[in-house]
Design a binder for this molecule. Structure first.
Ligand code: NAD
Ligand code: GLY
Length: 569
């Protein structure tokens, strides 16, 4: 690489802005701009879709490698590469060795918006383009990151803002090598950052590593999903951490505490284990305070990192502790229940319960990474698997009818813990949740839809006393009640209500609720829900499966649902 005036290579997905930004950058820096795809087209004399048609993707990739080999040798150019150019190892090596590599990162939504009208994208020509973009991003992102010297988000900024930021980043990069991934320096080293070889960390070999990215204003972070991940927790502790507090409970510590501590200590960090009593009943202020007692006694400073090792109770409490300890320290989620893996560890909702309401005291505070070891589900009691599956089904109901149908087909196998299907359910659920929270971190809009079934579910939990029913069981029953209400207020068909009731039964969750002390008690608990406004209860309902909205309901409809779905006492 020519250190004074290195060539600049732009990598990233189709639609990430490589051509537009590259042209602008070249104009500003008075350099030559080359678009690799245009160069290939110029040499072949036909458009890229035609090359794909005649020679297939393999033929196109061969041409791409030849032209890239040549172009990366040109001095001082700005080169925009095709989205898949980084798949071939020789291309990655050429890019890495011959210039400054910039990964232009964008969300699936932005990519979809920018490519929607472009007919020159053969990989998006068939099927659901949004799903294709999501899949390609998951496949390619580890490659982009593995060679990137700089990662730049192209989200909502203007082109000129991105170009100026880029010029500044390149300047700083030259000044301060070997410091590399500047934009994500606040994040831990991504486990999959060195490409698909990270799959070799997998212990059981039945599932490969998947990484889903979450991008919220409160933080960007990876969710790594694979068997055997517990042994890699140490890898995601930032190098400047002074100490690692492993917050867990007595059950999970016994099962997995040693492995996680060893992984962290093997990277040279000291650990402090804070073991809380097990159960929802302890998700309260006084137990939270014991975390602070132990951290302060051990003199943990602002560069300490919390690792939340456990289910949703531990994740919510340890996350809240991280949010407020010394006004905020970094934390890593290591969820060990299915419910925590598919829902609570992602998106940064942290809280403790108050006697007057569930999760009433808390903060939005994003982790720096989520590490999901699918092997740990082996020790989870059956009831907990069923409870977690209720949250999986929820994603299908609110945002993807095909995924709901997939859940219906596989409900029994999922309940029986088929590892491949569970892995798929976790990966897709995390992708759904990442998409929602990336668009609406603080529940100003669509994130509220994730509460389908929760208004009824929270009333069950609060009415019976926390811990009597599992949270996921209450949500499962709440999904049935929300479907019944949807039929009355949003036009959901009775056939679809029956489908919801059947799947909830198939995954092993209750479909009938306790009557509590009557309708008034139900209403009181439902009014306590955080979605309520000025005492008016808000419900998430489905006009049809795969689509949800928030609404209010006449009391008579709610009463009708309660009278049908509550067990007579
Ligand atoms: P939990 O944390 O109580 O865990 C369930 C039980 O499983 C506990 O007894 C736990 O010790 C045990 N356990 C955990 N991992 C295990 C393993 N691998 N093997 C054997 N036993 C194991 O319950 P949960 O269902 O994980 O979480 C429920 C909590 O999550 C509720 O408090 C709920 O409010 C919260 N939640 C939060 C969010 C969010 O977005 N933050 C979303 C959904 C739920
Ligand atoms: N579990 C609901 C949410 O994260 O918003």
């Amino acid at each position: 690489m020519n250190d004074d005036e290195p060539s600049i290579f732009l990598v990233g997905m189709m639609g990430s802005g490589k051509t537009t930004i590259g042209k602008n950058l070249a104009r500003t820096l008075h350099r030559t701009f080359v678009d690799l795809d245009h160069e290939i087209e110029a040499r072949c004399g036909v458009r890229i879709p035609v090359v794909f048609e005649i020679e297939g993707e393999e033929g196109f990739r061969k041409r791409e490698s030849q032209v890239l080999e040549e172009m990366t040798q040109m001095p001082k150019i700005i080169l925009a590469t095709g989205g898949g150019a980084i798949i071939a190892q020789e291309n990655r090596e050429n890019l890495k060795q011959r210039g400054v590599v910039i990964y232009l990162r964008a969300s699936v939504e932005d990519l979809y918006r920018r490519t929607a009208r472009d007919r020159n994208r053969p990989l998006l020509a068939t099927g659901d383009p949004r799903a294709t973009l999501q899949r390609l991003l998951i496949e390619r992102e580890p490659f982009y990151k593995s060679i990137a010297d700089i990662i730049l988000d192209t989200g909502s900024s203007t082109i000129s803002a991105v170009v100026h930021e880029l010029i500044e980043q390149v300047r700083q990069f030259k000044l301060s090598q070997p410091l590399k991934l500047k934009v994500i320096q606040q994040l831990p080293q991504a486990l999959g950052a060195d490409g698909p070889n990270s799959n070799s960390h997998s212990t059981s070999g039945t599932l490969s590593m998947h990484t889903v990215e979450v991008a919220t204003p409160g933080g960007h972070y990876p969710i790594h999903i694979a068997p055997g991940q517990l042994d890699l927790v140490g890898e995601c502790i930032p190098v400047d951490a002074t100490m690692v507090a492993v917050v867990t409970n007595s059950v999970v510590d016994q099962l997995y505490g040693d492995r996680v501590r060893q992984s962290i200590q093997a990277k040279g960090f000291k650990t402090l284990t804070i073991t809380l009593p097990d159960g929802e009943a302890y998700k309260d202020w006084s137990t939270l305070n014991t975390i602070f007692d132990e951290m302060l006694s051990a003199q943990l400073d602002r560069r300490a990192v919390i690792v939340a090792l456990g289910g949703g109770v531990i994740g919510d409490m340890a996350g809240f502790a991280a949010a407020v300890y010394m006004r905020g320290i970094r934390f890593v989620q290591v969820p060990t229940t299915l419910l925590a893996q598919v829902d609570s560890s992602v998106g940064g909702k942290t809280a403790v319960n108050h006697p007057l309401g569930k999760n009433m005291i808390g903060a939005f505070y994003q982790p720096i990474a989520v590490i999901i070891d699918t092997d740990v589900l082996a020790t989870l009691p059956d009831r907990e698997i069923s409870a977690g599956l209720a949250e999986v089904v929820k994603y299908g109901l609110i945002m993807n009818a095909d995924f709901f149908a997939w859940c219906e087909q596989n409900a029994t196998a999922l309940k029986s813990r088929d590892p491949l299907l569970l892995g798929e359910a976790i990966r897709r659920s995390c992708a759904f949740k990442a998409e929602v929270v990336s668009a609406d971190e603080r529940e100003a809009g669509q994130r509220a839809l994730l509460n389908l079934g929760h208004t009824f579910g929270h009333a069950i939990e609060a009415g019976l006393g926390y811990g009597e029913w599992l949270h996921g069981e209450a949500v499962g029953c709440g999904l049935v009640m929300a479907a019944a209400l949807s039929a009355k207020v949003a036009g959901l068909s009775e056939a679809d209500v029956a489908r919801v009731e059947k799947i909830v039964a198939d995954i092993g969750c209750p479909t009938r609720a306790p009557s509590l002390s009557g309708t008034q008690e139900w209403l009181t608990h439902m009014q306590g829900d955080k979605k309520s406004q000025a005492g008016t209860i808000h419900f998430v309902v489905m006009p049809h499966i795969g689509h949800a909205l928030v609404t209010t309901s006449d009391l008579e409809y709610v009463e009708a649902v309660l009278s049908t779905y509550c067990l007579k006492s």
